[in-house]
Design a protein around this ligand. Structure first.
Ligand code: G6P
Length: 369
């Protein structure tokens, strides 16, 4: 086992640090930014059906559900296809409306999650076309789907998902951009820009990982906190959910992820000098709105930890702690902005003496409903 950890103290840390490579692996043979091409060989027979889809239903659980939320933003923005992101466990028990030929994208790291599998079978029985986004080759879900794309990120051992999440984002982004391009809902220039940016993601993740010591210091300061709130808007909203989930899973600190504006409808009541609030506040189209949300938290004496774009001067002046990430296209930012949150939860859990790779009560794949 020590050998498999490759010198890292835990699988989770190894998997976090593997991400520049695992993301590159997920793009290998698919993305050719220099020539402006994307090839998803696994989606072939149904690629036209996907392009013509009147709506897409995403089915997943846990972290995979969070990548589904990012996919919703991507497919709606670039492909102009409405997307519904469903918890598999809810979808399967509520007599959902499924039409013959509907496109379902099922996302699962393990390919064995019982609820996701059952939800797929239900949709399939009603005539839906099922595309799988799966990591484990030959897994149950990969076998029942019509077509799909593997992540190619390699085995993930830590129970808390890290490199599979970014692998899912990478593959979903490639699919969305490829559909948008074929459909003509993106300009050639934007398409090429985004492909070039996608190719730069591994290097940008590496830059974030080089900041590990900064995150570790912040972890030291907050390791005894009882609660955390994570806030983000737009593409960074699912990242807020994922950051909160990571912290809960491995450190057992209660954490809530929320859309930053929705904070006013509840979580704001929790804010006092004891409450750390993590803002994913990178430079994007909702930047100004997020700045006001930070001011609202500061006005109530909350302690703000902000993930900001390198070079930002405004938020560092407002926040108590900052973690810088390199500038990046808004739609691809979740691939970058989630990294410091993975590190933060990892360090806090280690400092609290938790079993990071095998947290209590959790399983890597939930094969019972
Ligand atoms: C479990 C794991 C999570 C994972 C979820 C969905 O809860 O602990 O890390 O996100 O299942 O798993 P899947 O394999 O379907 O992505």
């Amino acid at each position: 086992e020590e050998l498999e950890k490759g010198g890292y103290e835990h699988f989770m840390l190894k998997e976090i640090f593997e991400q520049p490579n695992s993301i590159a692996d997920s793009m290998r043979g698919r993305l050719d930014a220099a020539n402006g091409t994307l090839t998803l060989g696994g989606i072939y027979e149904y690629s036209q059906a996907l392009i013509n889809a009147r709506r897409i239903i995403v089915l997943a659980c846990g972290t995979s559900w969070h990548s589904g939320l990012v996919a919703e933003y991507l497919f709606e923005e670039y492909c102009r296809i409405p997307v519904e992101v469903e918890y598999a466990s809810e979808f399967r028990y509520r007599n959902p409306v499924i039409h013959e030929g509907d496109i379902v994208i099922a996302i699962s790291q393990s390919g064995e999650t019982a609820d996701t599998l059952a939800a797929i079978e239900l949709a399939k029985s009603k005539g839906a076309i099922i595309l799988g986004i799966v990591n484990v080759v030959g897994s149950s879900i990969s076998r029942v789907t019509h077509e799909g794309a593997y992540l190619h990120t390699g085995p993930e051992i830590g129970v808390a998902s890290t490199k599979a999440f970014t692998g899912q984002l990478s593959v979903l982004t490639m699919i969305a951009l490829s559909v948008a391009h074929k459909k003509g809902t993106i300009t050639q220039t934007r398409y090429k820009e985004l492909l070039v940016e996608l190719a730069r993601i591994p290097a940008k993740i590496k830059e974030v990982l080089d900041n590990n010591a900064v995150v570790e210091e912040i972890a030291e300061r907050f390791k005894d906190a009882k609660n955390f709130i994570y806030l983000g808007r737009g593409y960074n909203f699912p990242v807020a959910l994922e950051g909160a989930l990571k912290l809960k899973e491995i450190s057992y600190i209660h954490a809530e992820g929320y859309p930053a504006a929705e904070m006013k409808h509840g979580p704001i009541a929790l804010i006092d000098e004891e409450m750390p609030v993590v803002f994913i506040a990178t430079r994007d189209s909702s930047y100004d709105k997020v700045v006001s949300n930070i001011q609202e938290v500061k006005a109530r004496k909350g302690v703000v930890i902000a993930v900001v774009t390198k070079g930002d001067a405004l938020i560092p002046a407002l926040a108590d702690y900052i973690i810088e990430v390199p500038p990046c296209e808004e739609a691809l930012m979740p691939l970058i902005s989630v990294i410091p949150l993975q590190l933060l939860s990892y360090h806090i859990a280690v400092m609290r003496g938790c079993n990071v790779d095998q947290p209590r009560n959790l399983a890597k794949s939930v094969t019972v409903e």
